[in-house]
Each structure stands twice: as structure tokens, then as C-alpha cells.
Design a protein around this ligand. Sequence first.
Ligand code: UD1
Ligand code: CA
Length: 490
Amino acid sequence: MIVARRMTAFATPLRLDRESRIFMSSTLSVIILAAGKGTRMKSRLPKVLQPLAGRPLLAHVIAGAAALKPAQIVTVIGHGADDVRAAFADVAAKNPALSFALQMPQHGTGHATAVGLENVTDSSVVLIVTGDAPLVKTETLAKLVALVNDKTFALLTCNVADPTGYGRIVRNAAGDVVKIVEHKDALQAGDHATLAIHEMNTAIMAAPTAWLRGALKRLTPNNAQGELLLTDVIAMATVDGLRIATEQPTSETEIAGVNDKVQLAALECAFQHEQAVSLMQNGVTLADPHRIDVRGTLSCGSDVSIDVNCVFEGAVTLGDNVSIGANCVIKNATIAANAVIHPMCHIDGATVGEGALIGPFARLRPGSALAAEVHIGNFVEVKNSTLGKGSKANHLAYLGDAALGERVNIGAGTITANYDGANKHKTTIEDDVHIGSNCVLVAPLTIAAGGTVGGGSTLTKSTEPGALTVARTKAVSIANWKRPKKVAKP
Ligand code: UD1
Ligand code: CA
């Protein structure tokens, strides 16, 4: 019931035959295999926590599986289990379907699946995915699941140019899948015919749960790796009279497993390119699609343009006609229509108003809210501050814990001294205030509306509306001053 209804949400309607339709009315569970060591990563960080586009590999896999709305998602963990559990504590708290099963020690993918299945209580179809293949599309998984019924096992396979290391799909004369042979086993047996097969096992499959439970109990470690291999259930299925239906991914990127840093970088590159293409297809102008990194979600209005080497992290929204200069890093930010972000800006946790001009070399830190037409220039840092419409800090300034009204002008070198060494204090600068260059505004204080502060002033007290306040020593000028003359060294 659950699966069939939710599937209608996918863009491509899935064609299910009558039998599948009835079977699909039952529940789906997902097992994610993620207990392996990931030795080839040569890293202390468990493989499934290695980041792809700013998120752990496993986060991509869980999100892809969760989109199917299964009754349960059981992630089998082992190596670095505590770290993995800790990294996903928040996700698990939000998604009651997600649980972890501990596989210790690890006796292979078949053993891992059996451990996962012990935690599956509510399922007639089980989908198995691996924690190291992060980019498989939910639509592909849905298609695979739709093939399963009590007489059909579904396997995701892919024809690849170089199948080295992968399990090979062995078909009979009629073209039906009869078994999977692991690369190592074919090698050991000197089985060149099998090694020549380019159709590989993605290790992503879906099966009738009850049958799989029984089959896993029959696995033996009679193979080159001395492990219980999930791939061996395929031969069992054919012997038991199940049909092996196969499905293919839309691209190799979808099923590329990550085993080392070289593959991780290659997949990152491929994924970034896919995202860049999708942005361009939605009308975004990219100066160079190979020089943009999106580590999260980037939503763009119309006619947005992005120059080279920009990094977007978390959730970033760019309004219509926004222009982003080269070498900007923008994280969790909303930038309204017609704003221009000049090169070399760092923006984090900020909102930028319509038509604002930021940078070059500006830093907007969390809690900064800039209204329309604000100008923030070079070497200006803004933290936890609000700036009203049309306010400007064009050069070399620090605004921290400050509330600026509209049309305020902050001179070069001016700072809000918000921190007394123990606590932070607030600076309020009301509408139409003009602060000269090189001022220190020692918080807490308020510069009332329309006030002017003379350059070089250090203020520790609030000022009255409309007042000119100057706090600097008067200049002393001595006429005809003779500078000392340099004494010649003997
Ligand atoms: C596996 C497949 C191979 C397929 C390839 C696709 C098997 C036996 N082989 O090989 O046919 O072509 O994936 O990428 O399934 N894991 C556990 N517990 C274990 C062992 C592994 O949880 O005891 C997990 C790993 O963390 C990993 C996944 O299972 O996420 C696959 O294991 P891995 O060792 O990477 O298998 P491959 O050699 O890549
Ligand atoms: Ca692998």
C-alpha cells in the first residue's frame, strides 16, 4: 500500500504488471551495508563517513533510500560503528524508520545482510544497497523494487568498460541470469570467459524478504575471500525457481562504488559536473561548469550568473539577476534579487537584501541581515548585525552585534568594540547616522538618529539625535619645528 501510492510521485510513472502491483501493496524495508573497513581509503575516518559534496557517503545513501519511504532502513555498521552512529544521531532522531545493526566481526556481504535482516520486522520486500555507492537515484531503486514479487528477485547490473574487481553477471543461453561470480573467484579459477564479461554486479538488489531470510542461512564461505557472499544468493534463487529480473542505472556514476581517495575524487568531480549541468539547464550562467562546487542545495532564480571557483555550502538561495564574482564561498545564505557579490567574499549564515553590493573581499558572518541596497565593501566584516536599507560600510570596518538603521554611513577603519573580554554588547546606530573614519564605538551604546561622529573618535557613551560628536585630542601645531638632524657616525 505504502510503496505503490508513494511511487506515483515519481516523474516517470512505473509500469507494474498486475502481480507486481498486488505484491507491491506490501511493505518495503531497506538494508544498507556499511560495516566494511574501507582499508583502501587509508584514513582514520570510516569509509562511509568520507565526504562527498560536503556530506558523508552514507548520508547520500540514507537520503536516497529514505525517499522511498520504506517501513524500515537498517544500516549495518561495524568498523568505526560508534563514529557512524554519532554522525547520524540527529538523522536517526528525526527518522524513526532508521536503525543501526552491529556486524562484528564482518564475515562478508551475505553475513552483513543477515545481520541487517534480524532487525527487519515489517517487510515483504527488502532492498539492499551499499554504503559506498552514494549516488544511486531513488527512481532507479524504485524501479528495482517494483520488479520484485514472491517469484522474482531484482538485480541492478551495469555494463562497464572496465569490470576489474567487480562481480560478473553470468547469463545462460536464453539470456537469463544464473549466477554472479566474484572477480577474485574467476581469477583463482582461471575462468577467462567470466572475466571477459562486462556486465557487473552493482551489489544493489531487491528480494522477497521471506525467501532471502532462508537463503542467507544456506550461504557457505567456499570462495576466494572465505566470506559469506551476498552474491551467492543469485544462484540459489535460480535453483529455487525464482526469476532474476535486472534493471540498469541511468549512468555509471549512479553505481560507482568508492573504495579509495582516487575514486572518491573522481565521483566528486562527476557529481559536481552533474549539478553544474542541472543549474545551467535551469538557466543559470556558469563561467565554467568545471569550476563550481555545490556542497548542499543551491536554488537560483532567473538570470543568475556565477563566475569561476565559487563554493556553495548548505542551503543557499540566490534571487533573480544575482551575480556572484569569482572565488566566493557562500554557505547557508539567502541573497535577494539584483544583489551583486563581487569576487573573494565569504558569506556564512547571512541574508543579503535586494540590490545590495557586497565585496570584493567582504566577510558576512552568521546572524548578519542586510536590507536592500546595503553596500559592504572591501575588508569589511559583519557579524550578528542588522543593516537597514541603503546603509553602507565601504572599507575596512567591523560591525559586530550591531543594529544599524537606514542610510547609515560607516567610515573606513571604524569598528564596533562589542567584546569587553568577557561579554558581548550591542551597538545601536539609528537612521541617517554618519560615522567618520577610524572610530571605535565601545558597546553598549546608541548613536541616535541623524548624528555625526567625527573621524578618529573613540566613543564610550550614547549620543543625542542630530548631534555632532567628536572624541579626539585637539591637534597641537608648533610653528617652524626643526626636526633633529642625523648625527654622522664616527
Ligand atoms: C561488492 C560485490 C561485487 C560488486 C561490488 C560493486 C559482494 C560479495 N561483492 O564487492 O559483486 O561488483 O560490490 O561495488 O557482495 N560490507 C559489510 N560487511 C561485510 C563486508 C562488506 O557491511 O562483512 C559492506 C561494505 O562496507 C560495503 C559493501 O558491504 O559498503 C560492499 O562491500 P565491499 O567489500 O566494498 O564489496 P566489493 O568488493 O566492492
Ligand atoms: Ca565496494
